[in-house]
Every structure is written in C-alpha cells, then in structure tokens.
Write a protein that binds this ligand. Structure first.
Ligand code: ADP
Ligand code: MG
Length: 683
C-alpha cells in the first residue's frame, strides 16, 4: 500500500484497485471462490496489518464488498480469537445481525450458535465457551458494558454500518474511546459504507501522537483509514417527470414496466414500512397470479425487520431460472444487507424516520424524505452484478434542489430517555459533557432528565436511585415500560403487566392487510376491552394460550401468529428478569384497576385529555397541549374516553396515539406528583 499523510492527522491508505471484474455468474462457485471474489479479499493482508498496528482502523467500503462477512473471519484466521477471546461485530439492525451471522456460519461450515453466534435483544444464540465470532446489535453491546465495563472478553470490536449513526453506535463510539485508554490492546474497527471517515478519524485522534511502545510491533493510537475500492457497475438513473401522489402505486407500476420492457434481473423496491410493503407485495403477486398481461414469472417478497427465519431465507435464495424476483424492502436493504442478482432498483424516496420534538415532547415515527446520500446508496444496489438501472419516483429537480445532502444522526432526533439512563448506569454523570460524535440538543436532554426524575429513576443530584433507578436500567426495555413492570409489584398484577410489556415491545400483534378492514375490526371486537388496548392484549394472549398456541386460531382471528410466538418468548425472558429483581409474580385476576394504575405509573408523561367540545375525538396532551387523536387501530377509536395515556405517536395526516388505555386522572398526581405539579388545577 501507498501511504499518504492526511492533513487531519490520520494516515490515509490508498490502494490502487486491482480487482478484475469477473463476469461469470454467481451461485455456482464454491464458497471459498465466492469469498475470494469479494473486493475486500484483496485487502486481507492490509487490513490485518493495520489492525495489528493501530488501535483504531476505519474501513470504508461500498456495500457488498465483504466488510461484514469477511473481516471477522480474517481476524479469526489471524488468531485474534485465540485464548478464549471473542471478535465482536455490531449492526444497528436485528435482522442484519441474524442474516450475517447465519451467512458467516455457513461460510465457515459451522453450526450457528457455536463458533459463530449472535445476540439480539431477547435472543441469545451464542455459546459461552465456543463462540469466537459474535454478531450483535449495537444496543446489546452497550448493555453488555453494564456487566463488563471494559468489555474484556473481546479482542476486536468492529462497529459496522457506522454511517447509519444510530443512537447506540454514537454512544458506543464515545465509550469505546474511553475504554481504549484503559485497554490499549483492544482493537477497534469502524466500518462504514460512506466517507464520513474523516470526521470519525478526527474523533478518534488522540492528542499525544506517540505510539504505545510496550506492545510489539509498536501500536499506534492514531486511527488508520483504509478505503476498499469496490467494483460497482454503472447505474443509469431515471426520474419521474411529474411528482407522484401515491408512491406505492407508482412503485407497482414501475415494477410492471420493468418486467415488460427490461431483460432478466431482479428488482429491489424501497418503500417505508410493513404496511405499505405488504400491500405492494400482495398486489404484485395477485397481478402475477391472475396472469396479468405480462406478469408471468414475476414474484414478490417482503423484507423488513420482524420477518421469520424462513421468510429471511427466501430473500437470499437464488431466483429460479426464468423467474424474476421483486424484493420490496425498508431501508434495511440500503446498506445492511446485500442481495445478489439485483439489477433494477425502484426508489420511493422515503423511509420511516424517528423525529423528536423537545418542545412538544412528542417522538414520532414518520414517513419522511431520504437524503441524497441514501438515494445514492439505494441506486448503488442495482450495480452489483452488471450495469443496472435505478428508477427514482421523484423528479430530478427535487433530487438536486430539495433533498438534503446527509441524514441527521439519530441522537439529534430522538427522545433521550433511554440514552440518559444507560449512560447513568455506566457511571457517566456529566452527560452534556460526554464525548459526543454529535451533541444531542440540551432541550431534549432536559426533557429526558425531567421524565426520569418523575419516574423515580434519578434523584435530586441526577444520579440513579437505588433500587428503582438501577432496576429500571437493568430491564432491557423502554424505561416507561420497565417502570410499569416495577409498579406492578406493589399493585399485585405482575403476571398481567409482564404480558402487556411483552406486547408493547413488539410492533403489532394484529395481522394487517389492506382491504379487509371490516373483517379485521370485527375480529378485534371479540377481544376488545372497555379499558383499552392493553387489557385487550391480555384477552388475546389468554385466547392464544387457550388455543394451545395454535396458528389456525390466529389466522381465524386476524392475529399475527409469528408476533404471538415472539410475545410468548419475550414474556418468558421478562419473567426471569423480573424474578431476578425480586418481583413477585402475582395475578390480579379481574381487577383491571390495578393494571391501569401500573400502566399509568409508567406512562403518565403521555397523558391526554379529550377536548371538551370536540366532535372529532380531538385530545390534547396534558403537558404540552398538543392535538392528538386515537389511532384507528385502537379499540378505543371512536370510544373516546375522557382521559387516556398512550404508548407512542405515529403521524400521518394527524398525530395518532397508539396503544391507548383509559385512566383515572387522579392517579396521575398520585404516581407523578412532581411531574404534574406545575400544571395547576387540571381537573
Ligand atoms: P458489506 O458488509 O461490505 O456490505 P457483506 O459482507 O455483507 O458486504 O456481503 C458480502 C457478500 O456476501 C455479498 O455478496 C452478499 O450477497 C453475501 N451475503 C451476505 N449475507 C448473505 C446471506 N445471508 N446469504 C447469502 N449471501 C449473503
Ligand atoms: Mg455490511
């Protein structure tokens, strides 16, 4: 390699790319051959050399170049996992963790969960003695620091997908920098699909430029940057001439158009979430089944988090000859996962993003425009096997003049309650003074401190309270849910509340399909409870157990079987955690008053009151007087009780409350006197 001194201090390694683009097809080569064909293979020696000699190595390489699947294997082959040590590789997304871990296990010819394993929240597929390469979410690694602050079992930690800038990645980078001061032998690899490398490098720059001499060969504390040149093929970009009003419909038409006019090659469609993806998949498949003029040979598959293992495998299996696969995906396929055989990309220009407004104290998941950087990444997915085409469902003028250049790091658009509690649990007291890659807003920080104080998690000195604060931090859930669980102990309804907590921590237990609203609503009525969604969930759970966990029963009742199985698993894990925390398992039988109180004890900050003269079900949040409405999927939709608390807000045309329960307003001041104190007489 040729070394260039980078003006910002990091050493930039520029390699002339010598990758010969082999045009032979994929799928038939042996795994070893496939591995050697990946762009990173040419850099194997360089990567190992840099990791050996540098505390931190930043690797930038196009999606699909082999960073995630290969680098951990190279490290293992070079002995980094000898002596019982473990190589870790983090991903922001659970599905990506599962997919890459199973791929790597397959490449190494080992059983998943032994030498190669993975851990995501509520699912640990590792073996304490055998696992040498471990894939995990960034959030799980952060949690591991609570038990082992210096992460001593790891020799190398690869923070992958760093360009995504998830909250946990940002926090981890700050903490790992601290750990390195105590454990210089720990190697850090930061892998990213886009060049934010300089900012990262500046972040890891140490003031003293000396190498640590005691280690052989001398270990440089300066970060090294390595750029892996891919061999993406050219991608032709097409724009729509007029803005489209319905991007789901536009995406489906575009798929048809490609199928009619273009030679073989699979299609990747970027939509935003489970509902629009399921709708598109269904329409494409129906069209194909009904022998729509030219749809023969076309079949569509969904790709989003929460898919079962079997569904995931379908995505990666090669397309049968004479067929054309359409994968309709969230932005998980943007950089986290590479699908072979994609030649056409259809980009809606949107993704679901989290936005938090500290003034209203509302965090939303909204469908929002992506950035130019994302749009480029999406287009790049079409150039993997041969020159491809990308169809953007927005105008060129829009791309050039209106799309922002880069996304905003998640830490700057999120509610910080979980983030603060985790840092506090790790003994970081001065959170504003923490070494942030990008600082969160002080307003958001203050809001988070307020809520945590009212939850009884922080004391007057903003330190974790004992035992409540430490217990809440121990439970791997949103602190509001954790507090609800703790409160259930005194209220003697922990059996019920554990079930509710499990349901609240997954997306939805309902089976969602467009066009059968009436049937779905009727099914829901069979379980609906007057108190609201939380108690309804209890009814569904009871019914599911009574049916013997039957998939038929779920199907009949428009309930998502896969979700219910997950609920049962999560509940079991929560039960174990609760027992460890000394929570006595007790049922309140029919006393739903106790359940409502426990929910209020966790979610009081999300209390709302109906507008006295509202005819359209308008509520206002108690704290910030924001207009909100009950979501149509809630059993309280149109019932409109006077006082409610909600779990989360989604906004489309309005701000809708999801998972809503009616409450007794007097319990608000009872469970959170500080929080509601300044409001004056609110009743
Ligand atoms: P990067 O991390 O640089 O984006 P990866 O290591 O994820 O690249 O991918 C390298 C190769 O491995 C790609 O060709 C990809 O298609 C393949 N691959 C990754 N995961 C799987 C999987 N679960 N099944 C089949 N192939 C996979
Ligand atoms: Mg990757």
């Amino acid at each position: 390699p040729q070394l260039l001194d980078d003006e910002e201090g990091g050493v930039l390694f520029v390699f002339s790319s010598a990758f010969s683009s082999s045009s032979s097809g994929y799928g038939y080569a042996s795994i070893e051959k496939q591995r050697q064909r990946l762009p990173v293979y040419k850099y194997r020696t360089a990567i190992l050399y840099l990791v050996e000699t540098h505390a931190t190595t930043i690797i930038v390489g196009e999606t699909g170049s082999g960073k995630t699947t290969q680098i951990p294997q190279y490290l293992k082959e070079a002995g980094w996992a000898d002596g019982g040590l473990v190589i870790a590789c983090t991903q922001p997304r659970r599905l990506a963790v599962q997919a890459v871990a199973s791929r790597v296990a397959e490449e190494m010819g080992v059983k998943l969960g032994e030498e190669v394993g993975y851990t995501i929240r509520f699912e640990d597929v590792t073996d304490t003695d055998k696992t040498r390469i471990k894939f995990l979410t960034d959030g799980v690694l952060l949690r591991e620091m609570m038990d082992d602050p210096l992460l001593t079992k790891y020799s190398v930690i690869m923070i992958d997908e760093a360009h995504e800038r998830s909250i946990s990645t940002d926090i981890l980078l700050g903490l790992l920098k601290k750990i390195q001061k105590r454990r210089p032998e720990l190697r850090l690899i930061i892998a990213s699909a886009t060049i934010e490398a300089k900012a990262m490098s500046a972040f890891f720059q140490t003031r003293r430029r000396r190498a640590v001499e005691s280690v052989e060969p001398p270990l440089s504390m300066e970060p090294a940057i390595l750029s892996v040149e891919g061999r993406g093929f050219n991608v032709q970009i097409h724009y729509v001439e007029e803005p489209v009003s319905d991007y789901v419909q536009a995406a489906i038409s575009t798929v048809q158009l490609i199928h009619d006019k273009e030679p073989y090659g699979d299609i990747l469609v970027f939509l935003t979430g489970q509902d629009d993806i399921d709708a598109a998949v269904k329409l494409i498949n129906e069209e194909a089944r009904n022998g729509g003029k030219n749809s023969s040979g076309l079949f569509a598959l969904p790709l989003y988090s929460g898919l079962s293992r079997a569904e995931q495998e379908l995505i990666f299996s090669p397309t049968p000859r004479g067929k054309r696969k359409v994968v309709v995906s969230t932005n998980i396929a943007e950089t986290s996962l590479t699908l072979e055989g994609i030649v056409y990309v259809v980009d809606s220009g949107f993704s679901k993003q989290r936005f938090y407004n500290p003034i209203t104290d509302i965090e939303n998941l909204i469908v929002a425009p992506i950035s130019k950087a994302s749009a480029r990444q999406r287009a790049g997915r079409a150039g993997r096997v041969r020159p491809g085409k990308c169809y953007r469902l927005y105008t060129e003028e829009y791309f050039l003049n209106e799309m922002s250049a880069e996304g905003i790091p998640e830490i700057q658009r999120s509610n910080l309650v979980s983030c603060v509690i985790q840092l506090k649990a790790l003994g970081i007291d001065n959170i504003l003074g923490f070494d942030w890659l990008a600082s969160p807003s002080p307003e958001a920080m203050i809001r988070a401190l307020e809520v945590l104080y009212s939850l009884g998690v922080l004391d007057d000195d903003a330190k974790l309270t004992s035992p409540v604060g430490f217990q809440v931090a121990e439970i791997p859930l949103d602190p509001m849910i954790s507090k609800m669980i703790l409160a259930s102990n005194q209220l003697s309804c922990s059996e019920e509340v554990l079930t509710i907590a499990a349901v609240l921590s997954i997306q939805s237990i309902w089976f969602i399909e467009r066009g059968i609203q009436k049937e779905m609503d009727e099914a829901k009525l069979r379980f609906a409870a007057a108190e609201g969604d939380h108690v309804t969930f209890l009814n569904v759970y009871k019914g599911f157990l009574r049916s013997g966990k039957s998939s038929k029963w779920c199907y009949k009742n428009y309930i998502n079987y896969h979700s219910m199985k997950t609920v049962v698993e999560i509940r079991e894990q929560l039960r174990r955690i609760a027992q460890r925390l000394g929570i006595v398992l007790k049922s309140c039988d029919r006393d739903m008053q106790a359940v409502r109180k426990a929910v209020t004890a966790g979610f009081f900050a999300n209390a709302c009151r109906i507008e006295p003269y509202s005819h359209n079900g308008m509520y206002k949040t108690v704290r910030t007087s924001q207009e909100v409405y009950i979501h149509p999927s809630s059993v309280l939709f149109r019932v409109n009780p006077k006082w409610v608390v909600y779990q989360s807000i989604v906004s489309t045309d309005r701000q809708y409350m999801r998972n809503v329960i009616s409450i007794d307003p007097s319990s608000l001041t009872e469970v959170a006197p500080h929080f509601y104190r300044q409001q004056g007489p609110i009743f």
